[in-house]
Design a protein around this ligand. Sequence first.
Ligand code: ADP
Ligand code: MG
Length: 325
Amino acid sequence: MQEFDLIARIRQRAAARGDVVLGIGDDCALLAPPPGMQLAVTMDALNAGVHFPPETAPADIGWKVLAVNLSDLAAMGAQPAWGTLSLSLPEADVAFVDAFFDGFFELAEQHGFALVGGDTTCGPLSIALTAHGLIEPGQALRRDGARAGDDVWVSGTLGDAAGALRQWQEGKGGEGKGGQSGFLSAKSHSDPLFSRLDRPVPRVALGRALRGIASSCIDVSDGLLADLAHICRASGAGADIDIDALPASAALRAAFDDETRRALQAAGGDDYELCFTAASTQREALQQLSVTLALPLACIGRIVAGSGVQCDGMDAAAGGYQHFA
Ligand code: ADP
Ligand code: MG
C-alpha cells in the first residue's frame, strides 16, 4: 500500500462539519470559523517509547493523540473544532492505520471534531496532531489569572495512569516490559488504571462550563504539582496544597501503599484532569457543576501570596516529567 492509498482510506472516514469548506484532498483545508470567535490552537506529539509503551494497541494510540490535544483545548475552555495530523510510520501498515483511526474517530465523533488534513511520511513511529478550537473573545481560561485567596480545584482522580505505568514497568499482572504485544490492550479493557493510561478522557464539558467561574486553568499532563507550578509562575503567586485532599480512585488505593499512592497522585502525570483556581464565592456553583457533569471536583488547597507550590513538605519542584532532563 502506498501513501496515497493510505490517505484515501483516511479521507473516506473523516466526518464532515458544516464549517469545513474543503477537507482532506487539496493543498490546504478551507475552514469558515464562526464570526466573532477566536481560534485556540494547540499541538501535541506522541513518540513510541516516550509517550506510550511500544506495545500499546494502535486504537489506543489513535484515541490518545486526540485526547491529549482535546485536553489542551478543554484547559482553555475552548470548543474542539478541527485538526491536522502528521503520521510518521515505519511501514504502510493498513491494519495499524485502520485500528489507529478506529480509536481516533471514536473520540472525534464524541466531540464533533473534524480531521481536515495532515501529512503521511515514512519514519520511526511518531504522531503529531494540531488541534483548533473555538473560544469567545476574553473567555479563555488562562494560566495567569490565579489570585491569592482563590481555591485550587482538580477534577476526577489523580495518579491512575501513572499507577498503570508503574505496574507495567514492574511487569505486574502480565508479561511486563518488553513482553508480548497485546499485553497492554488486553489489560486496558478490564483494568481501571490501564484504561486511564490508554484512554484518557479530555474534560471538554468541564472546560466549557468553567468559563466565567475559574480564574485560571491547566490540564494535568506532567503531574499535578508541576502543572500547578505553571499556574503559580504565570500568576505571580504561590499555592498551598493539602496532600490528603488529592482525589484517589478505589483502584489506586487498592493497588499501592499510601506513600506510593500519594506520590503518584501528586507527581505522576498523564492524568488529563483539569486543575483550576476559583474565588471562594464559586464553591456552590462548582458543587452544582460537579453534580450536573457527574464528575467529582475536589478543592485541594489555596492560592497564596509568594511563589512556589507547598504540599506537606513534598518538594514540588522535583515532581513532573521533563523531556531532555
Ligand atoms: P501535499 O503534498 O500537497 O502537501 P499530501 O500528498 O501530503 O499533499 O496530502 C494530500 C492530502 O491528504 C492533503 O489534503 C493532506 O492534508 C491530506 N493528508 C495527508 N496525510 C494525512 C493524514 N495523515 N491525515 C489527514 N489528512 C492527510
Ligand atoms: Mg500540495
